[in-house]
Ligand binder design. Structure first.
Ligand SMILES: Nc1ncnc2c1ncn2[C@@H]1O[C@H](COP(=O)(O)OP(=O)(O)O)[C@@H](O)[C@H]1O
Ligand SMILES: O=c1ccn([C@@H]2O[C@H](COP(=O)(O)OP(=O)(O)O)[C@@H](O)[C@H]2O)c(=O)[nH]1
Length: 235
């Protein structure tokens, strides 16, 4: 296998399926099955969950919430999603440990790099919730940060689009997909697939990222086998 330890970022919105809000149990179960498949072949998997299916801080500000309170609500949303994923993994008979970036026992263990690495080395899945623990950040940034802390070989951003396009493919049907793209090009073209903080942090630390569609079964395993799916982001 090409990679030994991965950081998998799962978009909150991808959990919704056809729903307008919250999560779809079948989608969660499909994700758990895909994660099981790669864990069983010896890949160490750390996961950062998004929260956009429940709450985004910036949306709250439009409704009159204070931004910091809104972001804290968003971080709590990522914890709800993480517990749901943990429960789906449990149904698959998987050992896993939920960490929170903010102290919240007994809901999850307070995140520490050492504990997370120890858990990964035991072959258990690590789920890191609560984003970075700070407002004004995103779970993409949290994913890059944790990938670096945990010395992950790559960050895989699993979402509902099949890669990075010249423009948002939901808004522009003429947009075309990149097989590879540099961090600078994401910035120069102003692409909205990842926020600039996450992009800059990954670039500065030479962290490769693959953006791929996670809603099709087996895609995660195919990537780990080296099949060319999605878009590779590189320096
Ligand atoms: N240049 C682009 N290429 C691909 N997807 C893009 C681009 N710009 C914006 N998007 C949007 O980014 C979303 C995927 O990113 P992700 O962080 O997983 O989403 P979300 O924030 O909805 O959870 C999709 O909704 C897609 O339409
Ligand atoms: O380090 C973080 C990560 C997330 N959030 C908040 O949590 C929300 C949900 O996260 P995100 O939008 O990244 O989730 P996704 O788009 O991946 O579903 C964000 O809008 C922010 O309000 C935050 O404040 N700090």
């Amino acid at each position: 296998m090409k990679y030994k330890r991965i950081l998998l970022k799962l978009s909150g919105e991808s959990l919704m399926e056809e729903k307008q809000y919250g999560f779809d149990e079948n989608r969660l179960s499909d994700y758990a099955k895909q994660i099981k498949e790669i864990s069983e072949i010896g890949i160490q998997v750390a996961i950062v969950m998004g929260g956009g299916n429940i709450f985004r801080g910036l949306n709250g500000t439009f409704k009159g919430f204070d931004r910091v309170k809104g972001d804290q609500m968003g971080m709590l949303a990522t914890i709800i999603n993480s517990l749901a994923l943990s429960s789906a993994l449990e149904k698959e008979g998987m050992k896993r440990k939920v960490f929170t970036s903010i102290r919240m026992e007994p809901i999850g263990h307070l995140y520490s790099k050492e504990d997370a690495i120890e858990t990964l080395e035991k072959g258990e899945v690590v789920i890191i919730s609560g984003g970075t623990g700070n407002p004004f950040f995103t779970t993409d940034t949290a994913s890059v940060l944790r990938a670096m802390e945990l010395n992950a070989d790559i960050m895989l951003k699993g979402t509902h689009v099949d890669g990075i396009y010249t423009a948002d493919p939901k808004k522009d049907p003429t947009a075309t997909k990149f097989d590879r793209i540099s961090y600078d090009e994401i910035y120069n073209r102003g692409l909205k697939i990842m926020d600039l903080t996450a992009t800059a942090l990954a670039k500065n630390n030479h962290l490769p990222i693959i953006v791929f569609e996670m809603n099709t079964m087996k895609n995660l395993k195919k990537i780990l086998r080296g099949e060319k799916l999605g878009t590779l982001v590189h320096n």
